[in-house]
Design a protein around this ligand. Structure first.
Ligand SMILES: Nc1ncnc2c1ncn2[C@@H]1O[C@H](COP(=O)(O)OP(=O)(O)O)[C@@H](O)[C@H]1O
Ligand SMILES: [Mg+2]
Length: 305
């Protein structure tokens, strides 16, 4: 009590102290005002970013459902045709092939969307927690070519796996379902963006100098973007030519592919060869990942190919 009285008295006794206090208060106030204004700006920016993310998420979900519904509707329509029972045997064969390719597309899209939500959630695939296993790339390519061939029939496209010298390349250590999705995405594009009546070539080789295996997938159709190949691997990018010939697309296929190749410490490139064919090349190390992640204990099968 006596202390505060003494203090008051001393302040009254010393007016210059008051002025100093006032100056300090003014300075603190102005600093606070600056900080508040900075916070307001940051808040505005965050709100804008949040709105943008919300908009993108809604568009993404609409895109996902639209793309999944299209092949499922086609399957329904084909089955209706079959159950009417008025089709000849050749027509039945054609309809069944179509059902198969639409089902392949649905499974392929669903896998991509699952990977995409993983990427959206933590901006990386928590992949190295998954088991690595030796993958025979030649065999994988033959299986994928079989799976995707029916998609090419409408445009009279053929997928050709040139197995030599890829068949003598060593197995690479990889997360098989993910690596399989990389090549599925490239093959799907090769078919989608090819001119009718062409061949999609798949070939590759082992490079003993750096102990890597490269697989190339080439096709003749629309050209690569004039602005360079880097944008192809960014999220959501689609060239104008791609949009024109195939409006339903997400621009996520190559983004997912390059994210998967990255976690395998490999390399993915797009180029045009001397014959004007577009070539996607994936290079994977035979054993760079050894010791970095758990190896699959036994040779079990996964539900992916
Ligand atoms: N085989 C190809 N030939 C020409 N351009 C391609 C090919 N594959 C991919 N691209 C280009 O890369 C873009 C991104 O491909 P992707 O991420 O799979 O998305 P989407 O296929 O949905 O467009 C395509 O829109 C296209 O511009
Ligand atoms: Mg694609």
């Amino acid at each position: 009590m006596s202390f505060s009285k003494n203090k008051k008295e001393s302040a009254r006794d010393n007016p210059s102290d008051d002025r100093v206090q006032l100056e300090l208060l003014k300075k603190a106030h102005s600093k606070l005002k600056q900080e508040v204004s900075k916070l307001q700006q940051a808040n505005q920016l965050l709100t804008k970013q949040y709105e943008q993310i919300k908009k993108e998420q809604i568009e993404y979900l609409q895109n996902v459902s639209h793309q999944l519904v299209a092949p499922l509707n086609a399957i329904k329509w084909h089955i209706e045709n079959l159950t009417e029972g008025r089709l000849g045997i050749e027509r039945i064969k054609k309809v069944l092939r179509s059902i198969y390719s639409q089902a392949t597309i649905s499974v392929h899209l669903a896998k991509n969307f699952a990977l995409m939500s993983n990427l959206e959630a933590d901006h990386k695939l928590s992949a190295l927690s998954e088991p690595l296993q030796p993958v025979n790339l030649c065999r994988l390519m033959v299986n994928l070519a079989d799976d995707f061939q029916p998609l090419g029939w409408d445009k009279d496209l053929q997928i050709k796996v040139i197995d030599e010298p890829l068949d003598s390349a060593p197995e690479v250590l990889a997360i098989k379902p993910l690596i399989s999705q990389v090549f599925s995405n490239i093959i799907e594009n090769a078919l989608k963006y090819s001119n009718s009546g062409n061949v999609v070539n798949i070939y590759g080789s082992y490079n003993p100098q750096n102990d890597t295996v490269s697989v190339c997938i080439s096709n003749k159709g629309i050209s690569l973007p004039a602005e360079g190949t880097e944008p192809i691997f960014t999220r959501g990018y689609r060239s104008t030519e791609a949009r024109n010939i195939y409006p339903a697309g997400t621009g996520y296929g190559m983004y997912i592919a390059s994210a998967i190749v990255d976690i395998h410490e490999g390399n993915i490139t797009a180029s045009t060869d001397e014959n004007g064919r577009v070539v996607f090349t994936v290079t994977l190390s035979v054993k760079r990942l050894a010791g970095k992640a758990r190896l699959r204990a036994a040779k079990g099968s996964t539900h992916y190919r």
